[in-house]
Design a binder for this molecule. Structure first.
Ligand SMILES: *Cc1c(COP(=O)(O)O)cnc(C)c1O
Length: 230
């Protein structure tokens, strides 16, 4: 099979090869299947191949899918833009949020997380290329937000996330991931127990693995093109 034919098996093989090539330990890189626009049947087909982690961007699209697939005991990650009026439903239906980038939303997520659920796993999204229209906090402001989040009992801070501007050259792809990994290592060096570095999508995940990603967010390489499904 051509490695660019979309499939979970092909992605797993590429991840394993990159772990070897970049001296990452075997299975040190976890895979999050990005299922936005995919039907429950398509998600189920992937879940049946022992893929437990799925990510969605839009609450209204995600809720019926999460409900239909409830018996599969999947882990759901929210990776879309966080709007204040959506936070309550997110705290009830998701296990992780990758896109936390401001204190006001952190407060809402903490206050709204139901106490019968474990703390919500959160990642702070960094606008690593400092793009004006992108979500995420700039690196300068990261330490203050981290401090605030650490005080919230219903949030469990797990690490950092970024979605850099697309680049085609491999060495160029590595640079923003390296900056994010450095910020993550600095926080860990200060004794903050982070274990997750969420970076790398279909077009650049090998570069992310090279720079230390622990969690990849991959959609099209697993499911096929979102514009023209096969
Ligand atoms: C859609 C999306 C992805 C997956 O992108 P692919 O190119 O389909 O792998 C990853 N991260 C975020 C934040 C996304 O919105």
């Amino acid at each position: 099979m051509d490695i660019h034919t979309p499939s979970l098996t092909a992605v797993r093989q590429r991840i394993a090869a990159a772990e070897t090539r970049f001296n990452r330990s075997r299975d040190s890189v976890a895979l999050l299947a990005v299922s936005k626009t995919r039907t429950p049947a398509a998600i189920l087909a992937v879940a049946r191949q022992s893929q437990r982690r799925f990510a969605e961007n839009y609450l209204q699209e995600a809720l019926p899918k999460i409900e239909v697939l409830a018996s599969e005991a999947l882990e759901w990650h929210f990776i879309g833009r966080l709007q204040s009026n959506k936070t309550e439903a997110i705290t009830r239906h998701f296990d992780w949020v990758h896109t936390l980038d401001r204190a006001k939303i952190a407060t809402r997520l903490n206050d709204q997380r139901p106490s019968f659920l474990p703390p919500l796993n959160v990642l702070v999204q960094v606008n690593i290329d400092e793009e004006p229209t992108k979500s995420g906090i700039v690196l300068d402001q990261l330490p203050a937000l981290i401090e605030a989040i650490l005080h919230y009992p219903h949030l469990r801070l797990r690490g950092l996330m970024a979605l850099p501007a697309p680049r085609t050259d491999f060495e160029q792809q590595r640079m923003p991931f390296r900056r994010l990994a450095k910020a993550w290592a600095q926080l860990r060096g200060r004794g903050i127990a982070l274990d997750t570095l969420s970076m790398g999508t279909s077009g650049d995940f090998e570069a992310a693995i090279a720079e230390g990603a622990t969690l990849l967010r991959i959609g099209t390489a697993i499911f096929g093109s979102r514009e023209a499904p096969p």
